[in-house]
Design a protein around this ligand. Structure first.
Ligand code: BES
Ligand code: ZN
Length: 635
């Protein structure tokens, strides 16, 4: 585990800004006028910025991306709102600062503070009235947001690739910025890349190559720094609808467009639920397999793992999830990482509402139950670790890397709370409430406390409904009133497992028509201590090892490790070397670590695989395998 026991905490205070010009009026607000005032002071322990003195509200970025040197060089020009004080403070992490100038061209004195897990503060001295600052900088060799892929690490193997990952506090490693989710800014960017490559961002995007490698971007709605994102590679575009499309490496783009054919319908379903999509286009980029997440909700352009390309459109709920963040997260944003569940719990709820409309209630019951199983496992694991308090929805992450507290709890316990409220007030009222909430707080930060007050005032009190919010939000574990999802289809899966255990050959089990989720449930609930002959029989009957479905393959490989099924080890090696999605890596490495033999295999595989992973995954797996010392040197 990483511990930073004696760090001085730079607690900062966020000034709440007015809605951006793109915020629309609130047509669906609940009838009663709310009296919730924006809190004037919110502490974000994960930024050095002091927005109460000077806060950024617009960025003009002008950068060149050197794929060979693996470096970004350029300038970041900010317009500032000042509220007193004689300086402005930015977050940086591993950046080299070359020069700082003011709007009038004069040089400004600046100083970099000490380095911590949050990076280093950059303080720029400001004369009275100065409201524009230009920082000339270059990225460091180990910028944590960036993954530079060699041609061999891409799918097409012909050109290098770069992508960024900003959430939670990584944007500061490629742009000097006030890196707090409670500080919003608009941005324009000029990005120069090698002429044979294309650049895309979380903004208005090109659909074709420029001739000279120069691209311009605009994001005219105010967003927090963690949503600024860039990808550069030999990518092509294909539409999936009038407002939607996919980017991917050339050989992937057709497959991706087929797989994501429902994207436009998802946008329509989302709008029918909670109001207009406010970001113009909704596109997705399928990244190389090292992308450390399933998806990342970068505005206008979701970044996604290729492991959702199952060939049967069965894993596209992930797109519904990232799209839902266009409301929960990108419009109404957790004010600090302690309020992360406001982003993810709401998004899981919203995701389920979209997929229920598109794919029905059975689908929903299955995915809800899988999520609930994940939640139970996560709670058990957190309970046995150093931070059992992390199973409360409201987190207390000061002094820790926020990434360490971002677990299934925010997603699935958050979802469970919203389901409980929905069941108590009824769907109609809950939908009206949510729609009003997204409109009322669009383009603002939200704290757990403010949400709680708004919820009581607008929904619970008028409906005379009681929910023990304190138990859900502040206390660890799962409250007794949690609604456990039920899936009839999973009950049938369990019956088939029993039949197999009782002697029915695997090939004769009633598995016809099973979806990915039924197979996942099946694999998760196999009995313990399977023999090689039994594993052989399962694989002969169901061809798990050849599955092109990453969820099924990963669940199978977990069973293979558990049962020391050595025929799988080549496949396991290939999977762990190729795929960098942390959700798959963690359980597989964890399972390997359970035995001495497995531990040796894990170390061996990781030695070769580590250079293929993004820093986010490296950091996690380093911790698990005891590579901390070297990780602190390199990241
Ligand atoms: N915003 C998250 C990804 C994230 C979380 C990045 C925490 C950095 C820190 C994204 O929306 C997400 O939740 N992705 C999930 C997908 C899912 C729940 C369908 C993932 O990556 O697995
Ligand atoms: Zn999410």
């Amino acid at each position: 585990m990483r511990a930073f026991p004696h760090l001085p905490l730079a607690l900062s205070v966020l000034a709440f800004q007015a809605c951006g010009t793109s915020a629309t009026k609130d047509p669906a607000a609940a009838a009663a006028p709310d009296t919730i005032q924006p809190p004037s002071l919110v502490m974000d322990p994960h930024t050095f910025a002091r927005p109460q003195e000077a806060v950024i509200d617009h960025l003009d970025l002008d950068i060149a991306v050197d794929m060979a040197a693996q470096r970004i060089t350029g300038t970041a020009t900010y317009s500032l709102k000042r509220n007193g004080g004689d300086s402005v403070v930015f977050d940086t992490d591993g950046l080299q600062i070359d020069k700082v100038t003011l709007g009038d061209g004069s040089e400004a004195p600046y100083a970099l503070g000490d380095s911590t897990f949050m990076g280093r503060p950059l303080r720029v001295a400001l004369p009275p009235g100065a409201d524009r600052v230009t920082i000339a900088y270059r990225t460091g060799a180990q910028a944590r947001a960036l993954q530079w892929l060699s041609p061999a690490q891409t799918t097409d193997k012909r050109h290098p690739f770069l992508f960024t990952q900003g959430e939670a506090i990584l944007t500061r490693s490629w742009i000097p910025i006030q890196d707090s989710p409670g500080i919003r800014l608009t941005y324009n960017a000029q990005v120069h890349v090698p002429a044979e490559l294309m650049a895309v961002m979380s903004a208005t995007n090109p659909q074709a190559r420029s001739t000279d490698g120069r691209y311009s971007f605009r994001m005219d709605r105010p967003i927090p720094a963690y949503l600024i994102a860039l990808a550069v590679g030999d990518i092509a575009f294909k539409p999936t609808g009038t407002r939607t499309g996919v980017y991917a490496e050339r050989s992937v783009v057709d497959t991706a467009a087929w797989e994501l054919a429902d994207t436009e319908k998802m946008v329509e379903a989302a709008e029918a639920l909670y109001g207009p999509y406010r970001w113009g286009r909704y596109d997705v980029i399928i990244l190389p397999a090292s992308f450390p997440f399933g998806g990342m909700e970068n505005p206008c352009l979701t970044f996604a793992t290729p492991t959702i390309l199952a060939g049967d459109r069965s894993l596209t709920a992930l797109i519904a999830h990232e799209l839902a963040h266009s409301w929960s997260g990108n419009l109404v944003t957790n004010a600090t990482w302690d309020d992360f569940w406001l982003n993810e719990g709401f998004t899981v709820y919203f995701e389920h509402r979209i997929t229920e409309r598109l794919y029905g209630k059975d689908y929903n019951a299955m995915t809800s139950l899988l999520g609930f199983q994940d939640l139970q496992a996560t709670i058990a694991e957190i309970d046995s670790g150093k931070h059992p308090e992390d199973t409360a929805l409201k987190l207390h992450l000061a002094g820790r890397d926020p990434d360490d507290g971002m677990t299934d709890v925010a997603y699935e316990k958050g979802y469970a709370l919203l389901r409980l409220i929905e069941s108590k007030v009824g769907r109609e009222k809950f939908d009206a409430f949510l729609r009003g909430y997204f409109d009322r707080f669009a383009f603002q930060g939200m704290t757990t406390e403010k949400f709680e007050a708004y919820l009581r005032q607008q929904l619970l009190d008028p409906a005379h409904v009681q929910v023990d919010l304190a138990a859900w939000i502040e206390k660890p574990g799962l409250p007794a009133d949690v609604i456990v999802p039920v899936s009839d289809r999973f009950t049938k899966v369990e019956a088939e497992i029993k039949r197999w255990q009782a002697g029915t050959p695997a090939a004769q089990l009633a598995t016809q028509g099973w979806t990915t989720f039924e197979w996942m449930h099946f694999l998760r609930h196999l009995p313990e201590g399977l023999t090689t002959a039994q594993m052989d029989e399962l694989d002969r009957s169901f061809h798990f090892m050849r599955s092109g479905n990453s969820e099924i393959l990963a669940a199978w490989l977990e069973q293979c490790i558990r049962n020391d099924y050595s025929k799988s080890y080549e496949k396991l090696d290939e999977f762990l070397t190729h795929v960098g999605r942390r959700k798959f890596l963690i359980p597989l490495y964890q399972e390997l670590l359970a035995t001495e033999k497995g531990r040796a295999i894990a170390q061996n595989i990781y030695k070769a695989a580590r250079p293929n992973y993004h820093s986010v995954s490296v950091r996690t797996i380093d911790d698990m395998l005891g590579w901390q010392a070297s990780s602190e040197m390199s990241f």
